[in-house]
Design a protein around this ligand. Structure first.
Ligand code: DGL
Length: 307
């Protein structure tokens, strides 16, 4: 395709969570086409070593690059924390992650300059949010806590309950409001509450689906930040600055691809988006693995990439 404005935006995540970012992208940029890859077969990324996640980032980035994309969004905090800088150095399109936009929104929201972050083990261990917040405002203190089981709860909740997502996300949804959820949530969140945070970043793209229940645990005085909206704004700015935004008469097309079960991805993904994804394609993990050229293998084995 010769007119870059009509090329799609490439988006990926370890699975379904990144669809919370796609939902905001389609709201903010209704004329942009999107190709989304959910690496469901290898989800979760959170407990994996950063080097392995970086390998996945280069594989999926290579796959998306073959789809003639004009910009790439890493809609996964874990993959952003481990692989954003590497992806930006490797691919010849702009690459946007979700950590910096979330950090910016938190810095703008906090009044007492005490910000909490919950995410996967990989994201919290990387310190990516602390670095991003400090770069924006060195006077803000970040308190982080891993909340790995929230990913499983979202995945299980989506599979167990067929009610509309809005009610699933509301405080009355059985799946998330079981006493065991609150016990777990208190374990994760009480230390942050005791630290006196007034802002909490949902540092995992799965977590916005738990926001009502999390809000109930942290109380009404803590502002929740999901990076999805801020990421959509950053994508819009990046496209407009380059003159690459789709024209207003463009028809957006969406393509969804998974490394896992296509029917399940369509069923669950459509609930997150609030509209039918249409038929979902699959790509084999082996196909992604085969995309790593010897040059990319060399990049991955470079010790200076050990972020
Ligand atoms: N969606 C991923 C993230 O934002 C979390 C899920 C996973 O562990 O793969 O970090």
């Amino acid at each position: 395709m010769c007119d870059v404005r009509h090329r799609p935006i490439g988006v990926f995540d370890s699975g379904l969570g990144g669809l919370t970012v796609v939902r905001e992208l389609t709201r903010a940029l209704p004329h942009e086409s999107i190709v989304y890859l959910g690496d469901t077969a290898r989800c979760p990324y959170g407990p994996r070593e950063p080097a392995e996640v970086r390998r996945f980032v280069l594989q999926i980035g290579s796959w998306l690059s073959e789809r003639d994309i004009k910009l790439m969004v890493i809609a996964c905090n874990t993959a952003t924390a481990s692989g954003l800088a590497l992806a930006q150095r490797t691919f010849d399109v702009p690459v946007v992650g979700v950590v910096e936009p979330g950090a910016r929104a938190a810095v703008q929201a906090t009044r007492n300059r005490r910000v909490g972050v919950i995410g996967t083990v990989g994201t919290v261990r990387s310190g990516a949010y602390s670095h991003a917040v400090r770069a924006l405002d060195a006077g803000v203190t970040v308190f982080s806590a891993p909340a790995p089981k929230f990913v499983d709860i979202v995945e299980a909740g989506l599979r167990m309950d067929d009610s509309p997502l809005e009610s699933l996300m509301s405080q009355t949804a059985d799946v998330f409001v079981r006493p065991s959820f609150y016990e777990l949530a208190r374990d994760y969140l009480d230390p942050l509450k005791r630290a006196g945070i007034d802002t909490l970043v949902l540092g995992c793209t799965h977590f916005p689906l738990l926001s009502a229940a999390i809000q109930q645990v942290v109380g009404p005085n803590v502002r929740l930040i999901s990076s999805a909206e801020e990421t959509a704004r950053e994508v819009r700015d990046a496209l407009e600055a380059r003159g690459h935004a789709a024209p207003e008469n463009a028809d957006a097309r969406y393509a969804f691809v998974t490394t896992g079960d296509a029917d399940e991805f369509r069923r669950l993904g459509s609930r997150i988006l609030g509209w039918d994804t249409g038929p979902v394609d699959t790509v084999r993990v082996e196909t992604l693995e085969a995309l790593l050229s010897p040059d990319l293998e060399k990049v991955l084995s470079d010790p200076s990439e050990e972020a």
